[in-house]
Write a protein that binds this ligand. Structure first.
Ligand SMILES: [Zn+2]
Ligand SMILES: [Zn+2]
Length: 423
C-alpha cells in the first residue's frame, strides 16, 4: 500500500462524492461507484473498502439521516466543519497542493468576516479541490456560493511552499496577506531567499561529507520545487500575539522561523508545528536561523502552556483531540532519535552522512536531503551540549571545506533522560 495508491483512492472518492455534497451534477449509480472504487480500494488500505461501500450505499438507497451521518464522519467532499466554544465556525478543506501531498487549508467564519488560514498552491489539483470545497460550503454547509471569492484576510502559517504557494490567487481576489516577520521575505522576495538558503545548504552538505557531484544534485532539488513561485507582496507583517480579527497568533519558530499557530478560542490551528501522525521535519539552525531542534522543542513547550485548548487542527492529516499527549509523544520521539544519533558516534568518529545512513538507512533523492537535515538538527543539538565532539580539529584548521567527524564525548555524559532511552 503506497501513498500514491491512497491518494488515487481519495481523489476518485472525492470526485464521486461531488454530486451528493457539492455540485449537484448527475449522480452515479451505486454500481458505478463500486466498480470505479473497488480496484483502487484494494491497494489503498483496509479502511478504503468499507468507505467505498458506504458511499455506494448512499447512492443506492441512502436516507437523509444516513447522508448526514456520512457527512458528519467524513465531511462533504472532505470538507469538515468544527465549531469553537464561542460559536465561530472553522472549515477544514483538504487541498492536494502537490501530487500525493494534501494540505488542510482552513476557513474561519466570524459573523460576516472570513479568514483563510494558508493558501494552498496553484496546481491543477489544488484549483479543482478549492472549486469543489467552495461548492460543498454552499451546498452542504449553507454558506454563500461566493465565499471563496471574497476572502478579506489570508494568514500564512509559515514559509513553506505547500502553505503559501497559492497566495497570489487570494491576493488578486482582494485578500490582505498576513505573515510573521521572520517568514515575510520568503513570500515577498523568494528569489533572494532561495539563493541565500542554497548557499547555506551547499556549505552544510560539504561539511556533512556529501560527495561534490551529489551535492549539486541535492542543491538543485532544494531550489527546483521553489522555482515555480513568483514573489507576492505581503500586506501585514505579524509578531507573536498579533491578531487578525479575533484570531490570535502564537509565534512558534522551529519547523520554520516565522511559524505561527492560530488560536480560535478553544481550538488551535497548529499548522506544521504539531501534526497527528508525522513528526514535523527539523533542519539545523546552521542552515536557517530560528529553526533547529532546540528552538522547536521550546516552541512545543510554549504551545503546551496555552490554556484552554480542547482541539488542535494541523495543516496535514487528521484532527488532534489531545494536543498535550501528542506533544509528549513528539518530544519522546526526538529523545529517542537523539540517543540513536549519539550511539552512532560511539566507538568511531562519523560524518553526518554516515550518521544519517545509520539512523535512517539508505535514502534516495529528496528523502536523502530530508534525512541529512533531520540528522543535522539532532547532531547540532548534541554538539551544542558537548555530547558530541569534533574528532578532526586539525582538518578543520587546515582545510577550507572539511568534512566534520563527530564522536560521542567521554567527558560529558548523555543526560539521564536520553541515556535511559538508548538502552
Ligand atoms: Zn512546513
Ligand atoms: Zn506542510
Amino acid at each position: 500500500m503506497s501513498s500514491a495508491d491512497r491518494h488515487a483512492f481519495r481523489r476518485k472518492l472525492t470526485e464521486l462524492e461531488a454530486p451528493l455534497f457539492a455540485t449537484g451534477a448527475a449522480a452515479p449509480s451505486a454500481l458505478e461507484v463500486t466498480q470505479s472504487l473497488a480496484p483502487l480500494a484494494a491497494a489503498a488500505g483496509p479502511e478504503a473498502g468499507p468507505r467505498a461501500e458506504r458511499l455506494a450505499r448512499l447512492y443506492a438507497y441512502g436516507s437523509a439521516t444516513e447522508r448526514a451521518d456520512y457527512q458528519a464522519e467524513f465531511g462533504a467532499c472532505g470538507v469538515r466543519r468544527f465549531t469553537a466554544a464561542d460559536g465561530r465556525v472553522i472549515y477544514m478543506m483538504p487541498i492536494e497542493t502537490f501530487p500525493n501531498h494534501v494540505n488542510n487549508v482552513y476557513l474561519v467564519r466570524q459573523g460576516a468576516h472570513t479568514t483563510l488560514v494558508d493558501a494552498g498552491t496553484l496546481t491543477h489539483n489544488a484549483t479543482e479541490d478549492f472549486r469543489r470545497a467552495g461548492a460543498a460550503l454552499a451546498r452542504s454547509f449553507g454558506e454563500p456560493a461566493d465565499t471563496l471569492d471574497k476572502i478579506p484576510d489570508c494568514v500564512i502559517t509559515h514559509g513553506h511552499i505547500d502553505h503559501f504557494g497559492g497566495v497570489g490567487r487570494w491576493r488578486d481576489l482582494g485578500a490582505r496577506v498576513h505573515v510573521h516577520e521572520f517568514d515575510a521575505r520568503i513570500i515577498s522576495n523568494m528569489e533572494e531567499r532561495m539563493v541565500v538558503t542554497a548557499v547555506a545548504v551547499r556549505s552544510f552538505l560539504s561539511h556533512a561529507g556529501v560527495a561534490p557531484e551529489l551535492r549539486g544534485e541535492l542543491e538543485q532539488m532544494y531550489v527546483s520545487g521553489k522555482r515555480i513561485f513568483k514573489s507576492v507582496p505581503v500586506d501585514r507583517v505579524m509578531v507573536d500575539g498579533s491578531r487578525v480579527g479575533d484570531l490570535v497568533m502564537h509565534h512558534v519558530p522551529g519547523h520554520c522561523p516565522g511559524h505561527v499557530c492560530v488560536q480560535v478560542d478553544n481550538i488551535l490551528l497548529t499548522a506544521d508545528h504539531v501534526l497527528a501522525r508525522i513528526t514535523p521535519h527539523q533542519a539545523p539552525e546552521s542552515i536557517t536561523p530560528d529553526t533547529g531542534l532546540d528552538t522547536y522543542i521550546q516552541s512545543l513547550e510554549k504551545v503546551r502552556r496555552i490554556p484552554g485548548i480542547d482541539l488542535a487542527l494541523g495543516a496535514h492529516e487528521e484532527p488532534i483531540p489531545h494536543l498535550n499527549k501528542r506533544i509528549v509523544e513528539i518530544e519522546a520521539f526526538h529523545r529517542e532519535r537523539l540517543a540513536k544519533v549519539h550511539a552512532a558516534c560511539e566507538g568511531q568518529p562519523r560524518s553526518l552522512v554516515e550518521i544519517s545512513k545509520l539512523v535512517f538507512g539508505p535514502r534516495v533523492s529528496y528523502d536523502r536531503l530530508l534525512a541529512l537535515e533531520e540528522t543535522g538538527a539532532h547532531v547540532e543539538y548534541l554538539s551544542r551540549r558537548g555530547q558530541l565532539e569534533i574528532a578532526n580539529l586539525d582538518d578543520l584548521l587546515a582545510e577550507t571545506d572539511p568534512v566534520i567527524m563527530y564522536r560521542a564525548s567521554k567527558t560529558i555524559p548523555l543526560p539521564d533522560s536520553l541515556a535511559n532511552r538508548a538502552a
